[in-house]
Design a protein around this ligand. Structure first.
Ligand code: SF4
Length: 370
């Protein structure tokens, strides 16, 4: 079990803790983990497993330099996106990929303290660190645990560039810290906004801030000078993929001042696949046969479909001024953030390879997650 070797003794907080034995005694022994529940809106029904990790910097094998290292202060995600590719990683903890992923959240309460130690090692080469690659670091739990401020300070203080991808408008809480960090190291921020459709959003991403609020966050980050890219993901076949929807979404992203837009079509790996089909059957049953046909070859939509979507988004991105020239290698934007990158619309024959190329680490589970 990957986590069992990573845990050291936990603490207790009788005032807040609703301590009980975890349901997975082999993984989280009571002496090692504090289990809490909070009777407040937004946390009702969730259980938090506070653990002390031995390490938080994860090396992603075989990845690009941008995604060579990751930090994931949480496991599981209260944003509860039905399609979430990280669901399967919860099974490594002896939880299930469905409701447990949504409601049993592992919190590495000592993340910043451990990170400072790891960054101080002489062997640390200050390669870029990506956050939000497995689960969302600005999910609801972050509002209570506040792990990110310490992580941001530790990274910036050590001269380590970093990137954050999130659906959480909570990132704005740390705007002053991010601005300060960007004066010392390259900082790249990205918001995930798949579509503007509120009826789809309410059921498929029920724990997330609305698309409108995420767009407001993009605007705030743009106005601050930090800037923010948008990952238009996932685009849901037959639900958010009409030309009108794609155009309206790209227009809104451009209007919010995003640096770039990168479209990614839904993919359905084991773990997410079962959960998504259950949701589809309950919410849009007429679409089930069409999905079965579209995804009959595996986790990815066929290349003709992906080509159609990326071509349309590229056309709209150009129309709304979102395709910008690549900055020369090694240059920043003048505000401390990293180089502006043209949206990645590269064509790759194999759909699996294409998804990996489009967003290398985002679609990979952190196999050496701590
Ligand atoms: S916000 Fe990201 S990590 Fe969280 S459930 Fe949604 S897709 Fe998964």
């Amino acid at each position: 079990m990957r986590w069992s070797g990573q845990l050291i003794s936990g603490n207790t907080d009788a005032a807040e803790a609703s301590a009980s034995n975890p349901t997975q005694p082999g993984l989280f022994a009571a002496s090692e983990t504090v289990v809490r529940t909070f009777d407040t809106p937004g946390f009702r029904g969730a259980t938090f497993y506070e653990v002390h990790a031995k390490s938080v910097l994860n090396k992603v094998p075989g990845s690009s330099p941008m995604f060579g290292w990751t930090i994931n202060p949480y496991r599981g995600c209260g944003h509860r996106c039905v399609y979430c590719f990280a669901r399967q990683t919860h099974t490594y903890l002896d939880f299930d990929a469905g409701l447990d992923f949504d409601t049993r959240i592992v919190v590495k309460v000592n993340a910043s303290e451990v990170l400072r130690r790891e960054l101080a090692r002489p062997s640390w080469r200050r390669e870029s660190v990506a956050m939000g690659t497995n689960v969302d670091c600005y999910q609801r739990a972050e509002g209570r645990y506040r792990l990110m401020p310490g992580i941001i300070e530790a990274l910036a203080g050590s001269g380590t560039p970093f990137s954050i991808l999130t659906k959480g408008t909570l990132m704005l809480r740390d705007l002053p810290l991010l601005e300060a960090a960007a004066r010392d190291v390259p900082v790249q921020l990205a918001m995930s906004i798949g579509s503007l459709d509120e009826s789809v959003w309410r059921t498929v991403e029920p724990g997330t801030p609305s698309p409108a609020r995420r767009l407001d966050a993009v605007r705030t980050l743009a106005d601050s000078g930090l800037g923010c890219s948008v990952l238009m993901a996932p685009i849901l076949p037959f639900l958010t993929d009409s030309p009108e929807q794609l155009r309206a979404t790209v227009a809104a992203i451009a209007d919010a001042g995003a640096r770039s837009v990168t479209p990614i079509v839904l993919h359905l790996r084991t773990g997410a696949r079962e959960w998504y089909y259950e949701w589809l059957q309950a919410t849009y049953p007429r679409l089930v046969p069409r999905y079965r046909a579209l995804y009959r070859d595996g986790a990815y939509a066929p290349s003709w479909y992906q080509d159609r979507i990326t071509s349309a988004v590229r056309e709209y991105a150009k129309a709304y001024g979102l395709v910008r020239p690549k900055a020369p290698a090694g240059t920043g934007t003048g505000s401390g953030v990293g180089p502006i990158e043209e949206p990645n619309f590269r064509k790759v024959g194999n759909p699996t390879a294409r998804a990996a190329e489009t967003q290398p680490a985002l679609w990979e589970e952190d196999e050496n997650e701590n």
